[in-house]
Design a protein around this ligand. Structure first.
Ligand code: PLP
Length: 400
């Protein structure tokens, strides 16, 4: 393997970057501000259990999103689990397969069957027409995923949910700071779940908020994330430990102060990639609706092997040989991962667009760790790989 990677390196066998450039390198806020908050935390000696930093974080986010309730949690996976429970989802829930596996796991972990649904090949989000076909008497809900921060077809999904009496919630892990028809993501369905994991463009080390405009649901989630405690000795639900710590809230609050700057950097990076790769055949960017608020955190391209003359997989190998750690998000699709592959061995037959996109999509490094020069070099590698594609060894070919 090492041989092969060295052979793939295009510039004299030396990687174009001496150190690895990763997708999802953390964007850090102001260190002094963060440390000042941490000092305050130590002075108060209040580390977790709904401290003042968590409360401030929740309030700031509720204001920013224009939503009635934001509940801070330890991570988005637990937040998805708690939200599905609070919504009383059971039986079958319809989800896209083209997402991070946590969307499916959060359901399966609750004993709910994730029913994988195909996506619209243009938007990469769950296709409402397919949702309709997947509904059975056991279906209780739909979990849409705003993939790459691009909102689902929310109106159609809500219409189906209303007509079929289903709950609708969203995995909004990618969509913090994005809007849909002028309204911030966080206001749609029964609830929306954001992730603030370190690899997301905005982080609280680990963390999440559930945003909802439903008072009863918010109250239930608050109780469930704290073991179901309602007062000192009174437990009213089965609950778990889903609390956010004060130090995570300190990180989140600090990150909020540079959020606009990070988005601006992401936007610039995204457009730089777009311009530099504009004339490269078969390499097409995922586009955003720039009349809406958008976080531009993912720089995603679709590689059309026929046009580009190079497969997505080989392009990823070439980039990685140059220390550009491009990723095949979300390959191979949840339906091809365990346990789902064994549970539903034929599900790929119902997912033609997912099957097609998992072979085409490539995610490139962005965020504050990447500047214009790096992007130029990355694009030069891609251009060279496409131009010389015929001369590269095929994936899996012997390297000697
Ligand atoms: C990151 C991510 C999650 C999980 O978030 P965590 O906070 O790491 O648990 C869930 N869904 C999607 C689509 C994600 O990208």
């Amino acid at each position: 393997m090492k041989d092969r990677i060295e052979k793939l390196a295009l510039f004299g066998g030396v990687p174009a970057f001496p150190e690895k450039l990763h997708v999802g390198r953390p964007n850090l806020g102001d260190r002094e501000q963060f440390l000042a908050r941490v000092n305050g935390m130590f002075d108060r000696n209040w580390l977790t259990n709904n401290g003042p930093l968590v409360e401030e974080f929740e309030q700031k986010l509720a204001t920013m999103l224009g939503v009635r309730h934001c509940i801070a949690l330890c991570n988005a996976t637990v937040a998805l689990e708690i939200t599905t429970r609070a919504l009383d989802l059971q039986g079958e829930v319809i989800v896209p397969s083209f997402t991070f596996v946590a969307t499916a796991h959060a359901l399966q972990w609750q004993g709910i069957t994730p029913v994988f649904c195909d996506i619209d090949p243009l938007t990469h989000t769950i296709d409402p027409a397919c949702v309709e076909k997947m509904i059975t008497p056991r279906t209780t809900g739909i979990v849409g995923v705003h993939l790459w921060g691009r909102p689902c077809n929310i109106e159609s999904l809500q219409e189906i949910a209303d007509r079929k009496n289903l709950k609708l919630m969203f995995d909004a892990a990618h969509a913090f700071g994005c809007s849909h028809r002028g309204k911030m993501i966080g206001n749609f369905g029964q609830a929306e779940v954001f992730s603030f994991h370190a690899t997301k463009f905005f982080n609280s080390f680990e963390g999440s908020i559930v945003a909802t405009n439903y008072d009863g649901l918010a109250e239930k989630i608050r109780l469930m994330k704290n073991f179901g405690f309602s007062g000192y000795d009174n437990v009213v639900y089965i609950g778990t430990n889903g609390k956010m710590t004060e130090i995570c809230a300190a990180m989140g609050l600090t990150g909020l102060e540079s959020l606009d700057k990070v988005i601006e950097t992401n936007r610039r990076n995204y457009h730089n990639y777009g311009k530099e790769l504009d004339d490269v055949p078969g390499v097409r960017p995922v586009v955003y609706d720039e009349s809406e608020k958008c976080n531009f955190q993912y720089v995603v391209f679709e590689v059309d092997e026929e046009e580009a003359g190079i497969s997505r997989d080989l392009l990823v190998e070439v980039l990685q040989a140059e220390n550009v750690m491009a990723r095949r998000y979300f390959y191979p699709g949840c339906h091809r991962m365990e346990p789902y592959r064994s549970y539903f061995p034929h599900s790929h037959l119902l997912l033609p667009n997912t099957e097609m996109l998992v072979t085409k999509v490539i995610s490139l490094p962005s965020g504050t760790a990447v500047g214009g020069d790096e992007i130029s070099t990355i694009c030069r590698i891609i251009r060279t790989a496409v131009t010389c594609s015929g001369k590269l060894p095929a994936v899996g070919a012997p390297t000697k």
